[in-house]
Design a protein around this ligand. Structure first.
Ligand SMILES: [Fe+2]
Length: 377
């Protein structure tokens, strides 16, 4: 059977396995049960909500494909052993059958990228502009928005383009002002080392917004480095170091008044498909690794080299935010810091920020894409 002159589709003699062969691509195969399970006809899925009407656990383990045919319009119709018919577009089915992993970077732009794309807040009034900004964020790891009202309401207004603000141990929003008598490093005038926020949570917030309210005339640039691109650099340099950083769990105890958090994970976390998923780095908070004695020396060497790479200014982007300028960045992917600064008499350095779950951003992108494709379900 042939879907076109270039794609061939066949079923094995037992009716168990469908094979799709496309020149220049890996051969795709799917089992009859998996194909029966995917059926999205009105008998198997509620069209309005996509809820199941076919119970996955009730699938007949003896399910086979009785017939398969392809139309000129590249629709594949399968008839299963339970008598059920399912018609699916071949292109759509290929998309569902392709392996989940498309490499560790998974379509994200590998740094160096020079600088972040900048969007003017007053231009982000329509769906297409917001979608363009969010897609750029997904590719590069960060975008800058200018022309934001330098206040909490300006911060909330821009966050609202993405989704719901996430409550954390800092509250719904945070506000840090430099102080001559700082309680923490972030309130000092010192350089802040490259770090990710909230590494001590089981699932740190994925999206962070930092808005400049007022800034120093000297120093105090925000610094960023792409943990995913840097991990690729390390992998190419030393595969063993990369394997240890992506597999060994580090505890992250966080003890403050009324806060006892103890999440953690590998310094460079991968998802089940082998894609970069989350970088955790906070040199002042990190706890002990759970590592076998035989791997310990190699692990500490890997940690040292990882630090050299991410702390190297040559790998970083420096952004001198002015009041009303805001950077939105991926806290699962980018590490961020700050250069040292000094305040002249009468100057203040005041930043506000907030977090959102990555699900909020992905949900908004999916809704905007569906709307632009005419799917308003
Ligand atoms: Fe931070």
């Amino acid at each position: 059977m042939s879907a076109s002159t270039s794609t061939t589709i066949s079923v094995d003699e037992a009716g168990s396995v469908l094979t799709i062969i496309r020149p220049g691509h890996a051969t795709l195969q799917a089992h009859a049960m998996w194909l029966r399970d995917r059926c999205d006809c009105a008998d198997c899925r509620r069209s309005t909500t996509n809820e199941r009407l076919l119970d996955q656990a009730a699938l007949d383990p003896k399910t086979v494909i009785r017939e398969a045919s392809v139309t000129d319009a590249h629709d594949l119709t399968l008839v299963f052993s339970d008598g059920h018919h399912w018609t699916a577009g071949v292109g759509e089915l290929v998309g569902q059958m392709e392996p989940e992993s498309d490499g560790p970077m998974s379509g994200r732009t590998r740094w160096p990228i020079g600088s972040f794309a900048t969007f003017e807040r007053s231009d982000l009034r329509d769906d297409a502009s917001v979608l363009a900004m969010l897609e750029r964020f997904t590719a590069d790891g960060a975008v800058v928005v200018t022309g934001v009202e330098p206040s909490e309401s300006g911060l909330r207004d821009t966050a609202g383009l993405i989704g719901q603000i996430q409550m954390t141990n800092y509250g719904p929003t945070w506000s840090f002002e430099a102080s001559v008598d700082p309680v923490s490093e972030v309130e000092s005038m010192h350089m802040l080392r490259m770090h990710t926020d909230l590494p001590y949570r089981e699932q740190p917030a994925g999206v962070q917004l930092n808005l400049a309210i007022s800034v120093s005339s000297e120093g105090g640039a925000s610094t960023f480095v792409d943990g995913y691109s840097m991990a690729e650099m390390l992998r190419e340099e030393n595969e063993r170091a990369w394997e240890l950083l992506t597999s060994v769990h580090f505890d992250y105890p966080y003890l403050r008044s009324k806060v006892r958090l103890s999440g953690g994970g590998p310094l460079v976390g991968l998802d089940n498909a082998g894609r970069y998923a989350i970088v955790r780095r906070a040199p002042d908070l990190v706890g002990a690794p759970r590592v076998a004695a035989k791997d310990t020396a190699d692990l500490y060497a890997a940690v040292r080299r990882w630090g050299e790479i991410v702390d190297d200014p040559a790998n970083q982007i420096h952004v001198g935010l002015r009041p009303g300028e805001l950077v939105i960045f991926d806290n699962h992917r980018l590490l961020h810091g700050r250069t040292a600064f000094t305040l002249q008499p009468g100057e203040r350095r005041h930043l506000m920020g907030c977090y959102l779950e990555m699900d909020e951003l992905r949900n908004t992108i999916a809704l905007l894409r569906a709307a632009s494709a005419g799917d308003t379900r």
